[in-house]
Structure formats: C-alpha cells, structure tokens
Design a protein around this ligand. Sequence first.
Ligand SMILES: Cc1cc2nc3c(=O)[nH]c(=O)nc-3n(C[C@H](O)[C@H](O)[C@H](O)COP(=O)(O)OP(=O)(O)OC[C@H]3O[C@@H](n4cnc5c(N)ncnc54)[C@H](O)[C@@H]3O)c2cc1C
Length: 264
Amino acid sequence: MQLISIQNYVFPETLEEAYDILKSKRNNTVLGGCAFLRMGSKNIGTAIDLSKINLNYIKECDETIDIGAMATFREIETSPILTKYFNGVLSESVKNIVGVQLRNSVTIGGTVYSKYGFSDLITALLSLDADVVLYKQGRISLEEFLQKDFEKDILTKIIIPKTNKKAVFKSIRNSNSDYAILNVAISKENTDFKIVVGARPQRAKIAKEASIYLGKSKLTSEDIEQTSSIAAKELNFGSNMRGSKEYREVICKVLVKRALMEVL
Ligand SMILES: Cc1cc2nc3c(=O)[nH]c(=O)nc-3n(C[C@H](O)[C@H](O)[C@H](O)COP(=O)(O)OP(=O)(O)OC[C@H]3O[C@@H](n4cnc5c(N)ncnc54)[C@H](O)[C@@H]3O)c2cc1C
C-alpha cells in the first residue's frame, strides 16, 4: 500500500521562513496541491504548506503576466487574463486534465518545479518564453530550468512576457483522463515561431531547427509539411506504456501540422 506520513505540518508566513525549514532537514517537503505527492509513498519530516504566503494569484502587469506558484489549474483555465492573451493557450492546455476537482487542487508551482515529462502546461508555457522565479536561484528561463539538475528550492512564480503571440496547443491521448502520448504547442508573433513538443515522453523541448525553418519560409503547405518533418527528426522520442518511439515520431508530424494550420 502507498502511504505518505507527515511528522510536522507548518504554515510559514514568509518565503524566507519556508526556505529555512525546507533546507533544515533532507525530508522536509513543500506542498503544492498534494495531488501527486499523495500518489506515492513518502516519509515527510515537516510538510511546508505555502498557503499563507500569498502565492495564489494571476496578475496582469505592464509588460508581463505573473502567475503565483499556488495558482491552481482551474484558476488558469478560467482566468479572464489568460483567456484573453495568447489565444488562450494556457487555459486550453489544462482544461481537459482529468476533472474539475483535480484541477481545483493542482498547482502551477508543483507542476513546473517537478518538470514532469508528461506535463501539458509546461509545453504551453515554453512556447511563450516563460521564466521561472525560484526563491534561492532567482529568475531563469523555463527552458534553462528544465535542463538543470534538481536543486531544493521554492518556485515562487512564473513570468510570461506580455506579447502579441498567438499560440495553439494540441495533444493526443488514449482516453480523456490519461496522460498525453504527445503534446505540442506552437506560438507565432510575426515571423517568430516557437514549436514545442512534450510528453516525448521526456520533458518538453523546443524544436529549434523547425522553428527557424518555418520563420524563413513562405508558409506554403509544402513548408508546413517540411517543418513537421524537421521537428520529428531533430527531437528524440522514447517508448513507454502509452506509445512507442516510432509512433510518437509519426504523431509529432501530425500534431505539428495540425497546430500550424491553426496558428497560421
Ligand atoms: C491522477 C492525476 C492525473 C494527472 N494528469 C495530468 C495530465 O494529464 N497532464 C498534466 O499536465 N498533468 C497531470 N497531472 C499532474 C498535475 O497536473 C500536477 O502536475 C501534479 O499533481 C503536481 O501538482 P501539485 O500541485 O498537486 O503538486 P504536489 O503533489 O503538491 O507536489 C509535487 C512535487 O512538487 C513539489 N512542490 C510543490 N509546490 C512547489 C513549489 N512551489 N516549489 C517547489 N516545490 C514544490 C513537492 O514538494 C513535490 O515534490 C495529473 C495528476 C494526477 C494526480
């Protein structure tokens, strides 16, 4: 039987306090919505609940949109700010994940910090040039963060530049409530494209060659075809219970093509 046990449970009121507790013992653990933590076995020394630190917000600033670590998927899905910008791609990426009950509890902080390969939200965020802000490591691009080794820290917010990017999210799943076999997000602003593929099943990655090729092309149907082939070739795919490497390669071409037709 899988079980988590918690020795102490605390509600720090500042990030400094939360970080000090996190660092003071190896098995002290930050809690997000606990949806994923609950699925495994873990012996937690002190559980650090961030809900008194005001990290639950989605704010439109002058040049950015800031999302606090404790904002839930449901809040992202229904936020008037996020449905207004980027063609609503963030809302689109989370709106079909399992059910409202789960989306009401899972947080952007728990998702992005954990760098899940299957994540739909990370794929969409990567297409928008998002940055992550960590208490200790400071602000770094999401792209760089995904490549770094894990380091104990607290993710405090996500910052997205407020651009005129139009973006589209696509995924394919065996059933509605299952993880994606593959997901794709593509953003476009003038001739600047960003093609991102996730659930490969490894972490989301930008298909850089394909993005550059497309930006220099005339955007004909042959160019779209060629772009999807470049993306499938430049990225690595793997096999798991949801699909084989070969299947993902084929699906990548299809999803990139579909997303491009829509974004164009
Ligand atoms: C049944 C099920 C199905 C799912 N299906 C999908 C799906 O199809 N697509 C998809 O994209 N996602 C899916 N998810 C994942 C989900 O969207 C979340 O990514 C996941 O639950 C983690 O979010 P959480 O807030 O629950 O984190 P938690 O479970 O609370 O924490 C997860 C990890 O992150 C750490 N953590 C939490 N917050 C922070 C923080 N602010 N700073 C540093 N560390 C932190 C915790 O210590 C823990 O190690 C699914 C989850 C479940 C349970």
